[in-house]
Ligand binder design. Sequence first.
Ligand code: ANZ
Ligand code: ZN
Length: 842
Amino acid sequence: MDEPTETHITGTASGAAIEAYNPRAIEPAWQARWAAARLYDTDLADETRPKFYLLTMYPYPSGNLHIGHWYVATPTDALARFHRMHGENVFLPIGFDAFGLPAENAAIKNQIHPRDWTMANIANMRRQLRSMGASFAWDHEVVTCEPDYYKWSQWFFLAMLKNNLAYRATSPVDWCPADGTLAREQVEGADRHCWRCGSPVQKRDLPQWYLRITDYADELRDFAGLDWPEPIKIMQTNWIGRSEGAQVSFATEGSDVQIEVFTTRPDTLYGVSYLALAPEHPALSQITTSAQSAAVAAYVAAAVAKTEIARSSTSGAKTGVPTGAYAINPVNDERLPVWVADYVLGGVGTGAIMAVPAHDERDFEFARTFNLPITRVVAPAGMSEAAVATPLTQAYVSHAQDDILVNSGPHSGASVVQGTADIVADLAARGCGHAAINYRLRDWLISRQRYWGTPIPVVYCAACGIVPVPADQLPVRLPESVNYAGSGDNPLKSDLDFVNTTCPQCGGPAERETDTMDTFVDSSWYWFRYLDPQNGEAAIDPALASAWSPVDQYTGGAEHAVMHLLYARFFTKVLADLGLVKNREPFTRLFNQGQILGADKQRMSKSRGNVEDPDALVVAYGADAVRLFLMFMGPWDQGGPWSSDGINGMRRFLNRVWELALAPSVDAPVSSSAEVTILRRHTHKTLAAVSEDYAKLHFNTMVAHLMELSNELWKVRESEIVGTPAWNEAIDTLLLMLAPAAPHIAEELWSRRAQMAGETRDSIHVAAWPEIDISAMTEQTREIPVQINGKLRDKITVPADMGQPEREALTLSRPKILEALAGRSPTKVIHIGERIINIVVS
Ligand code: ANZ
Ligand code: ZN
């Protein structure tokens, strides 16, 4: 077959020439016309139509859109258009997550201000987003580094501070002697060195700001009513972590230090043979004996340099040093040596454990290494005394419901379930323990010792202490000119005009906080701001927020599972508790797209040279072909490899649609009713399938169905059916179905066909989605075999809705049947459903 190319003028049935499809000529023109007509502005006040809030994760303005941005944005746009065609009031906003480290690094490297770098990137990325033909509501854009945005991040911080949801505490941060504080991702390698200078990274205790996300730990584990991918829910659940157990206090000999431990196994309390503290534990310095202090200090220094992963591994030798101190087991007054051991993690539980070697693998390993007692206190029901007394060769970690406590004083013989309850009750009665739930989740550390972020709005006053900046003095603006000498320290610290201020409370001299917020604070509420980005009075308009919350569909990457997607849920719950919004969940439905790989099936990267540049693709193939190929290449949640054959195929498909839609009709279009029936069946079957595919985000099969329909149309494009109502219906339906996915070509052909027909039409993007004609979809006639005494004699073709008596009369009038009956009259006519007619004669 003659494949049309971009430059080639093809003859048609009637011999007239059709101008070739040229996306470069039509795409920018339509983008400009849509923008001028404000076609995608959303009237948020319109309550006559159902709302559909469609949100896609706003990009970081790194400089250029990559194909991954297109991969999430273009199907999202198609979905928005599909919903608009169903009469919904669709809101599809976009903005930029504009604070963050790369801008600061670019500033240091290229001597360009982070703001200038960021704004130039945003300008370029806006242009690129427009070149997709995406239907964003641009007049709702937010840019988080603008003071009228971050003012409200500061305002939320103050609201949380007031409600005891924000607090300041001292905690260890990663610190390089040359470059100062480091973000987590700037610490590299198992030996933990600085990404810039390679120096070994140290831990420094710095006062930091936290948000109390742990207050919401239980509620965050509840996903009721959320249509989210299962893996994300599982990741969040595990990240939050929840273990039930007990907190136990151990008194120490000769000091008033109490050592608190969290255990999931209070039933094993009689089997404790030592306590172990994390190297970071604050009590270490108080309890360590002078004889042991040098050894402990050396051990601690080595341990804090190791990674958590290396420290908490269950395999490998356990290390530790005795502190020389002893604690007392509250249930039996036994003396327990207190050790420091790096398998105990500082940030987990209380940072101290009661070690039960008989029932915990790591404690078992440790006890064997250091010759500490291993006492079995749990045994399977019915185990003989001799077996109980036999030394264990490995930890007995399982604890079946009917396991029995042994060697446990008055609790020996109780089941583990009963024993757990009784021992916790004992502890509580004596005031040295209680049932407790421990979460893995920590409070959210939001302080960053960085310039390019939202300033934390507090000042430090010698007289008044920590003083929040009054709300009417917000925003605390980031100073524009700061010194990037590259000291590694936060450049804000050297800006004395910023640092030195007066105390809002007493008017005395005070210093500003120079930490800025984690950029995840900015992204924890941006979808609310989209609703009302210009609002100078409030962060969110409560009426708009309640009308438009929650977001109906959110699209974006799964890499945000336990950061952005968890923080956003936390923030929403806080805002609900502050009475600012009604819903407690931000996003009803979440979709995570897959990843686009290079043509070599590897991750796209500059060094591999397998990166596809969207700008170049748009020039070569047109935005519509790129959009369609991205949707076609595989299920959206799976991604797949780039393919130049694939995108060429999409371009050929669009060329074909172009020719079909513009094919002039023959002089007198006529067609038999059978041809019309077949064509309408193809049209409406495709429409039904495509409607379902869009609704289920099955974009790949949607494109496949459109290609099938165009193939059917191609077969009859030179017949007399061209120009009939059935043909016109098929073409218009094809264009309407294509409109969400390939908006430019659909619009162009829609308007050209209106011209051809001498009609005026509105934009295809405000047209209604076509109605499915169910009757056209179904097969119209049915073929039924006719038997006489079980032997096939004839087949009749009848309308599908013909009744039994009519079918029988028709059958008995058929020449073949009359001949076979040879004058005999049937005893019976049996209808086996609608599948067989059997005539019985004797
Ligand atoms: C005594 C015990 C006996 C324990 C036993 C286990 C088995 P999850 O479920 O993950 O919360 N643990 C507590 N804090 C720790 C820390 N800072 N670093 C390392 N390990 C710590 O685990 C809770 C269990 O992990 C606790 O229960 C404690 O060991 C240990 F047969 O206490 B268990
Ligand atoms: Zn003061």
